[in-house]
Design a protein around this ligand. Structure first.
Ligand code: FES
Ligand code: FES
Length: 198
């Protein structure tokens, strides 16, 4: 896998906008067009461990983890809301920590344990947070729910018995357009009280 820093990724994203407006015109020198195509399709072979399963994938270096999960592994429980690191709908766990999958390159995730919402339940046994979300009417439209679950799981992994304020702070990166924050909070505190699996 090639080494891609977050700085170079962001730099590349920024130039991507500029490049889009200067796509080589018809009639541009062939070598110039080939060079542009080569730059935009740099690829790597990566091994991703997702929900306990290993996947060997050939990915474009610019693909985000969210793209790979949704479009190449059919794990569509990871939602795309803003696709720019602002809403939290795409949250997954990387080595137990919550990360915005829309703002994290797939190639960076190699060697880390990736858990998506599809990996939370243990067979038919729901994660205590999933059960608490149901019991306490957490989801309304449900669009943000998988991201809320993953951030809540990261919180309880680190802090199995959070205070209300600690839970509110931990969930600050997950926006809910239905504004059901109090029910989500109630669910998380209830799951913590009943004893999360960590
Ligand atoms: S879709 Fe990733 S933060 Fe909004
Ligand atoms: S439940 Fe609708 S966006 Fe959160």
């Amino acid at each position: 896998m090639k080494s891609i820093t977050r700085r170079s990724f962001l730099g590349r994203s920024g130039t991507g906008i500029a490049v889009a407006s200067v796509i080589p015109a018809v009639g541009a020198p062939l070598a110039q067009q080939e060079s542009a195509a080569e730059t935009s399709s740099s690829r790597s072979s990566v091994q991703l461990r997702v929900n306990g399963q290993d996947h060997r994938l050939d990915v474009e270096d610019r693909w985000t983890l969210a793209e790979v999960l949704r479009d190449h592994l059919d794990l569509t429980g990871t939602r795309l809301g803003c696709d720019r690191g602002e809403c939290g709908a795409c949250t997954v766990l990387l080595d137990g920590k919550n990360v915005y999958a829309c703002s994290y390159l797939a190639v960076w995730a190699e060697g880390q344990e990736i858990i998506t919402v599809e990996g939370l339940a243990d067979g038919d046994q729901l994660d205590p947070l999933q059960q608490a979300f149901i019991t306490h009417d957490g989801p309304q439209c449900g669009f943000c729910t998988s991201g809320q679950l993953m951030s809540a799981r990261a919180l309880l992994n680190d802090n199995p018995d959070p205070t209300e304020m600690e839970a509110r702070q931990a969930m600050a990166g997950n926006v809910c357009r239905c504004s059901n924050y109090n029910r989500y909070l109630e669910s998380i505190l209830a799951a913590a009280k009943e004893g999360s699996r960590g």
